[in-house]
Design a protein around this ligand. Structure first.
Ligand SMILES: C[S@@+](CC[C@H](N)C(=O)[O-])C[C@H]1O[C@@H](n2cnc3c(N)ncnc32)[C@H](O)[C@@H]1O
Length: 299
């Protein structure tokens, strides 16, 4: 009987705290306030979000420790710092990635890009003993690390123009035990990598926001994501143009070029990829029905 009363008490405390966190977030104009309130409480309490109402987990919560942590998180979140950044890590494709201020927070859409490349590797990999992929603009390393986790015969080179990103990506590769199969290179595009080896595929989620649109983005993105990860130049297409130019200089071209694009870039990307004559090009929609990926395959 005593146990049940204590549980009810603890349950009430959790519900009240979630509700009050939610109200503060709502007042600050944060949309997913209910979900975020649960994330914040579970993070501060050190329990999984799915088990915050479990009696065993509830019993472990020490409010004297938890409450100041919640206060601190709320203080940062109402200034529109993204939760992922405050927590310092986030889930991508079921793997946890460190996300310091130097890297883009991995997005769920990019998991779709990993799926497409992964499917291609499965088909292509049956006839090839060695697959060598390049991740152009690796950021947190989420694409290169996840692909290397899924396919253990994969060798990758991951490039980024940001030193901070390279160091976060390297840390993530070690965390997921694929550090030996990914070479991280600080490089402007492919300029810093040896192109004597045949590249099987090139994958990239490059910066693709037009410079003029950045000011109008949500504060979470505008103020907290690295500019290098967002700014795709005047029309948002600079990085794609650079990639196309670089591919044209390769002696042997990759069999696959897989790109993430902005939802409104389906047509312009076809024009940018036009010089790549021998590729079959397909624009693919994401799970929300928006143009999001380009797969350019050569036989
Ligand atoms: C949109 S972020 C993507 C990061 C990560 N691949 C992801 O999907 O979450 C683009 C990345 O490209 C990098 N980048 C921008 N211009 C570059 C260039 N010229 N050469 C190499 N990397 C570049 C940025 O530093 C940033 O990390």
């Amino acid at each position: 009987m005593v146990g049940i009363v204590e549980n009810q008490d603890q349950l009430g405390q959790i519900r009240n705290r979630i509700r009050s966190i939610q109200l503060v977030l709502e007042n600050a104009g944060i949309e997913e306030s209910a979900t975020e309130a649960e994330w914040i409480l579970s993070h501060a309490a050190g329990v999984r979000r799915s088990s915050i109402f479990s009696p065993i987990q509830m019993e472990k919560i020490n409010w004297n420790v938890c409450d100041p942590v919640i206060e601190n998180i709320i203080g940062r979140r109402v200034c529109r710092e993204p939760l992922q950044r405050i927590f310092g890590s986030w889930d991508f494709y079921g793997y946890e990635f460190s996300v310091g201020s130097e890297v883009l927070i991995p997005r769920p859409e990019t998991e779709g890009l990993v799926d497409l490349v992964s499917q291609w590797i499965r088909e292509y990999g049956t006839s090839e003993s060695r697959i060598y992929g390049v991740d152009w603009g690796t950021g947190s390393g989420c694409i290169a690390v996840t692909l290397s986790r899924i396919h253990n015969h994969l060798q990758m080179v991951a490039v980024d123009i940001s030193e901070g990103a390279i160091s976060v990506a390297r840390e993530n590769s070690r965390r997921h035990d694929v550090g030996k199969r990914i070479e991280f290179i600080l490089s402007d595009g492919l300029s810093g990598i040896s192109t004597s080896e045949e590249i099987s595929f090139l994958v990239s989620n490059p910066p693709y926001i037009s410079s003029g649109a950045i000011e109008g983005l949500d504060p979470e993105v505008r103020d907290y994501e690295p500019r290098l990860a967002l700014d795709g130049g005047g029309d948002g297409m600079d990085a794609y143009r650079q990639i196309v130019k670089e591919i044209q200089t390769l002696e042997i071209r990759p069999k696959l070029i897989a790109l993430e694009i902005g939802a409104d870039q389906g047509e312009s990307i076809l024009a940018v990829l036009e010089p790549l004559k021998k590729y079959e090009i397909e624009v693919i929609r994401d799970i929300y029905g928006k143009n999001r990926y380009v797969m350019a395959r050569s036989s």
